[in-house]
Design a protein around this ligand. Structure first.
Ligand SMILES: C[S@@+](CC[C@H](N)C(=O)[O-])C[C@H]1O[C@@H](n2cnc3c(N)ncnc32)[C@H](O)[C@@H]1O
Length: 206
C-alpha cells in the first residue's frame, strides 16, 4: 500500500496525493505491492478451503484458487462494490465484516491484507477507499478484532496469513497475535522506501 501518511506533515493532502497516484475515485482497492506479497505467501502456504477477508478486487483470491492443494476460495468484504468486482473475476464473494458470519472451524486458511495506515481522526475522508486504507489512529483498529475472532473459524491445524506493515507496528501485531493464542512466523518480507511489508503465518496449538 503506497503511503503518503509517513510523517511528512502532509495529512491534509493524503487523500489527494493518493488519488493522484492510484485513482482513488474507484471505490475498490487496486492490487498493489501488499496484494502481491499476500498472493506470494498464499502460493506457498494456502491449502484446503480458503477465506480471503477484505478481498477487494478479488485479485489475491483469484490467484489463490490456482494454488495446488486449494479446494475452494471464498472472498468477503464490507464494501459491496468490492464484492461485485470480485464476483466479476469469478470469485465467490459475500458481504461481511471480518469473520462475523462464518461457522466455527470452517476454513483451513484465512488470508487478510487489512486496512492498516495509521490515520489522524481529523484527516479521515469517509469513503470506501478510507475503509480500504485506514487502520484508525494505531493502524491496528481492524487487525486487533480480526485476531481476536479468526481462531474461531480456523479448522484444526489451519493457518492465518496476515499482511503486516512496519507502519502498523510489527511487534505490536505479533504481541497481540500471541495474546490471542497464535504462534507467529514470517513467511515473506519485502522492504520499500516508505515501509517494510511482511506476511505472518499464524497457527493455533490444537
Ligand atoms: C488493503 S485492501 C486489500 C484488498 C485486497 N485484498 C488486496 O490485497 O488487493 C483492504 C480491504 O479490506 C476491506 N475491509 C475494510 N474493513 C473491513 C471489514 N470490517 N471486514 C471485511 N473487509 C473489510 C476493504 O473494503 C478493502 O477491500
Amino acid at each position: 500500500m503506497p503511503n503518503e501518511a509517513d510523517g511528512s506533515g502532509e495529512d491534509d493532502g493524503t487523500r489527494d496525493a493518493l488519488a493522484a497516484r492510484r485513482g482513488l475515485d474507484d471505490p475498490v482497492y487496486a492490487p498493489a505491492e501488499d496484494s502481491g506479497l499476500l498472493a506470494e505467501a498464499a502460493a506457498e502456504r494456502a491449502r484446503g478451503v480458503v477465506l480471503e477477508v477484505g478481498t477487494g478486487s478479488g485479485w489475491v483470491a483469484e490467484r489463490t484458487a490456482e494454488v495446488e492443494g486449494v479446494s475452494r476460495v471464498l472472498g468477503s468484504d464490507v464494501n459491496p462494490h468490492a464484492c461485485r468486482r470480485a464476483r466479476e473475476r469469478g470469485v465467490e464473494a459475500v458481504r461481511a465484516s471480518l469473520v462475523d458470519p462464518f461457522r466455527d472451524r470452517a476454513f483451513d486458511t484465512v488470508l487478510f491484507n487489512p486496512p492498516y495506515l495509521p490515520t489522524d481522526p481529523d484527516a479521515e475522508w469517509g469513503d470506501w477507499q478510507e475503509a480500504a486504507l485506514s487502520g484508525g489512529e494505531s493502524g491496528r483498529e481492524l487487525i486487533e478484532p480480526f485476531l481476536e475472532d479468526v481462531g474461531r473459524v480456523l479448522a484444526p491445524s489451519g493457518t492465518v496469513l496476515l499482511l503486516v506493515s512496519s507502519l502498523t507496528g510489527f511487534g505490536e501485531v505479533v504481541e497481540h497475535a500471541v495474546d490471542c493464542g497464535f504462534r507467529a512466523e514470517t513467511v515473506v518480507e519485502e522492504s520499500f522506501p516508505y515501509e517494510t511489508l511482511s506476511v505472518l503465518a499464524l497457527s493455533l496449538d490444537n
